[in-house]
Design a protein around this ligand. Sequence first.
Ligand code: SF4
Ligand code: MG
Length: 321
Amino acid sequence: MSDLVQVQDLTRVFDVSKPWLNRVIERLPKALLTAVSDVSFNVGERTVYALVGESGSGKSTIGKMVVGLLPPSDGAVEIGGVNLVTEEDAEVIDRARTDIQMIFQDPYASLNPRWKVGDIIEEPVASRGAAPEGLAEKLLVQVGLAAEDAGKFPHEFSGGQRQRICIARALASEPKLIVCDEPTSALDVSVQAQVLNLMSDLKDEFGLTYLFISHDLTVVQHIADKIGVLYLGRLVEEATPDHLFETPKHPYTQMLLAAAPKIDGFGREVEPPQGEIPDPINPPTGCAFHPRCPIAVDRCSQERPAMRDLMGQRVACHLAD
Ligand code: SF4
Ligand code: MG
């Protein structure tokens, strides 16, 4: 199976200085926030790769760089062999862009309230020419709604139904890759599973590849083929869901799994994660996790751990073996 997405040493730095403060205090150094630091991973064609991390871990920033909404500060993203930042052939870029769609967290904000649902779904196709007759109706049925819904407005639908409309709109362009940024986290728990099941079915039916962004490991456990765990903009572990849940090797992954709401074998609630996420403008030296890590040694505060392959599981921790 070949890779559809190749992310290599991806880094994104934001200048978060306050201009007024820099005017008041001369020669104040720039405040730089490294949102994503040296992240590499590949997504195989027709697979689901989940990026998981707490808020501020850089997962949405990676998503935006993958779809080409944000240029990387360093490193590269290739989709089907095309680097959206350096490619110069406009036709190649255009084709690559239609191959990628994005679904966002908030199905309320991402649908124009004044447009009929059918027009919303067909708009990405219509803007590049004519949409085929009955496209919206066909897609609405495929996402579990009714063909007649094409004539209605977004406010006539529930949150879960609106996310189905967003999915139909994404499918209209016949994409290869869909980047899904927390697509179910604004929905009621009872609706989340239905939308996830739908996404899983559509993936098989349309031969799709997903980059699935979530703060919740349990949400991606069943849909993902591979999970990448992010901490402060760095990839700290990557594994199949089975390996990750059965033998988490990075202390942060272990902490995340312990934080997932669950009851241990003795009917007691498991401890929540310890410690605060450090300031990303002044991240800890060495392993960024060392201030929270229960097994840190001296070396951890001095040397950034490299990503290592341990029997098919990739881990960035000095002590992982
Ligand atoms: Fe903990 Fe050190 Fe491993 Fe970082 S490198 S996770 S601080 S043991
Ligand atoms: Mg986010």
